[in-house]
Design a protein around this ligand. Structure first.
Ligand code: PLP
Length: 395
């Protein structure tokens, strides 16, 4: 049976060009970038080239000359560390100015769990509600700001329901008050245009494995002049901001993945998923009674489909889809396995029952129309079968 992967928001296959670029840095060019001999300098050169590739993805140079600089990129072990570094780093470096942090109610656990930790350390956290599409309102941000607010963190796009947040508008409100602004762009890099200057953010997180790079490597963009405490203590790597010997092969792969992702966004390749996404949404809503779309209909990632199918459990649908060779997810991949309904679906106003009946399909570079057709053939039959057995279904 041909397997169909529709879980690209959980992770992506590493691009063959990325694997090829990484290969020499395991056993041939294996030097430590901190060593001054030629082995070390060869590895250091590769890390610095990757830094340039990553900065071009996040802060492309404008005709005005404004762009990002390599010193603004700190390599991390992934999106989670980038988020933790942004929140803890800014919180601890700016404690003297205030102790209030604002985040949206639909942030990834990498942000919300970190806020839980900061709360125990005396910081006050405001979780900003979102509307039924998952959108945060710049006016609400304005109202939530106090003279103790030091940081606002709102994700660029949500990993579960795909809603793209109005970051540039929110930034106007935040920057007016001279407050630091962070965005988690883990799900947007390589899918929609990304530019730290147009978004008006001071800090931005990305992760390589969501854009056809390797797992276990990411980056935090830190705008020049941002007061941020160092994250790991030890050596002086990453400009004294993050200790530990660099993951050279991972960073090299991340650089190539960033370059390929930028090409895809610039030549419109990433937008090619939109018709497939819309075909899947329309097909599900038409073929399956009592189904609804979650997230915003148009301010939406080109690859995200999230639906609630009433009277059935997401997990049962997933298992049945898996038996047909189709990989999808329910809620976020990180929280599946827990019985707690997704905090994102609850925040957009779904009841726990409806939240449990959600399914997420995320499309990617290798997704074909035939695959979408197969889902549209298989899913209605699965739902019909499960509803026939379900005490939840209306008789
Ligand atoms: N932020 C968002 C929005 C995500 O979707 C994810 C991963 O699912 C992360 C952060 C964590 O990234 P990583 O797996 O690289 O730690």
């Amino acid at each position: 049976m041909k397997r169909i992967y529709l879980d690209y928001a959980a992770t992506t296959p590493t691009h063959p060009k990325v694997v090829e670029a990484m290969q020499p840095y395991f056993s041939d060019k294996f030097g430590n970038p901190s060593s001054i001999h030629s082995f070390g300098q060869e590895a250091k050169g590769a890390v610095e080239r990757a830094r340039e590739q990553v900065v071009r993805l996040l802060a492309p140079r404008h005709s005005s000359g404004q762009g990002g600089s390599v010193e603004e990129i700190v390599f991390t072990s992934g999106g989670t560390e980038a988020d933790n570094f942004a929140l803890e780093g800014v919180a601890f470096a700016n404690e003297g100015r205030g102790n209030h942090i604002i985040v949206s109610a639909v942030e990834h656990h990498a942000v919300t769990e970190c806020c839980g930790f900061l709360k125990k350390r005396g910081f006050k956290i405001t979780y900003l509600p979102v509307d039924r599409y998952g959108l945060a309102d710049p006016e609400d941000v304005k109202k939530a700001i106090t003279d103790k607010t030091i940081l606002v963190s709102i994700m660029h796009a949500n990993n579960e329901v795909g809603t793209i947040e109005p970051i540039a508008e929110i930034s106007k409100v935040v920057k007016e008050k001279g407050i630091y602004f962070h965005t988690d762009a883990v799900q947007t890099a390589g899918h929609i245009p990304l530019n730290v200057n147009e978004l008006g953010v001071d800090l931005l997180s990305i992760s390589a494995h969501k854009l056809y790079g390797p797992k276990g490597v990411g980056a935090l963009y830190v705008r020049k002049g941002t007061r941020i405490a160092r994250f790991l203590y030890g050596g002086g790597q990453e400009n004294n901001r993050r200790a530990s010997t660099e993951n050279v092969p991972g960073i090299v792969g991340f650089g190539v993945a960033a370059e390929l992702a930028l090409e895809d966004v610039n030549n419109g390749e990433s937008r090619k998923l939109i018709p497939l996404r819309d075909k899947l949404i329309k097909g599900i809503l038409e073929k399956i009674p009592d189904s609804q779309l979650n997230g915003h209909p148009t301010f939406r990632l080109p690859n995200n489909v999230n639906v609630t199918i009433k009277y059935v459990e997401g997990e049962s649908m997933l298992l049945n889809l898996d038996m047909e060779g189709i990989a999808a997810s329910t809620g976020s991949a990180c929280s599946s396995g827990s019985l707690e309904p997704s905090h994102v679906l609850m925040a957009i106003g779904l009841s726990p029952e409806l939240a449990h009946g959600s399914l997420r399909f995320t499309l990617g570079r290798l997704t074909t129309e035939e695959e979408i057709d197969k889902v549209l053939m298989v899913l209605p039959k699965i739902v019909e079968k499960l509803r026939a057995m379900s005490p939840l279904a209306r008789k």
